[in-house]
Design a protein around this ligand. Structure first.
Ligand code: 5GP
Length: 185
């Protein structure tokens, strides 16, 4: 019996679909920055963005720096509405950099709009955001990602880096959870 997927209702995006879309995004990013005179810096949010980003950067055919930062706003399946972001000292100045935020999902948009605000204060040459998943129906802040892997409806999803109570990040696909497993710990 397979133990990693207990509580999964249905698969929304298979490993193959994710791989194909992420490779397209990597090509798009390569073309977008290929003629830029600036250095490319990819910033990812721990922990959810790590799986997407580690695939994405292997499809970007450019020299780039990668930084991981910590942000949190979720408790179970709900955003708390308060976003905590910690930017390390080495990101104090972003002059000379094209910054690309690479994130698992834009849901309420609160995390990414707060992160963009903080990064803009550090004066990057440009700032864009690429998300694997976008849930536009849930926005609580006027945020629009520059690049989107897939648009999804208002569903709580797990897998490919996304968790429920720290579980399911290792699933190689994106899936919807069964309601009966939510809040049943
Ligand atoms: P925000 O609501 O600020 O746009 O999203 C913040 C974070 O909430 C995301 O980076 C992600 O970690 C988490 N999140 C939002 N929607 C989902 C979801 O459907 N599933 C999971 N597992 N996490 C989500």
């Amino acid at each position: 019996m397979n133990k990693a997927d207990v509580g999964i209702k249905n698969v929304l995006f298979s490993r193959e679909q994710l791989t194909q879309r992420i490779s397209e995004m990597g090509r798009e990013i390569t073309e977008l920055y290929a003629s830029s005179p600036n250095k490319l810096l990819i910033i990812t949010l721990l922990k959810g963005g790590v799986v997407f980003t580690s695939d994405l950067i292997r499809h970007i055919d450019l020299e780039c720096r990668v930084e991981f930062i910590k942000a949190s706003s979720y408790a179970g399946t709900e955003s708390t509405g308060t976003v905590n972001i910690y930017l390390p000292r080495e990101l104090d100045s972003l002059e000379g950099y094209d910054v690309l935020i690479s994130e698992d999902i834009a849901d309420t948009g609160l995390t990414l709009s707060e992160l963009e605000k903080k990064l803009l204060e550090r004066k990057p040459e440009s700032l864009r955001t690429a998300v694997l998943l976008n849930k536009p129906s849930r926005r609580r802040s006027p945020f629009n990602p520059d690049m989107v892997g897939f648009e999804i409806p208002d569903l709580f999803v797990v897998g490919f880096g996304l968790d429920y109570c720290e579980k399911y990040r290792n699933l190689p696909y994106i899936a919807e959870m069964s309601e009966e497993y939510i809040n049943k710990e």
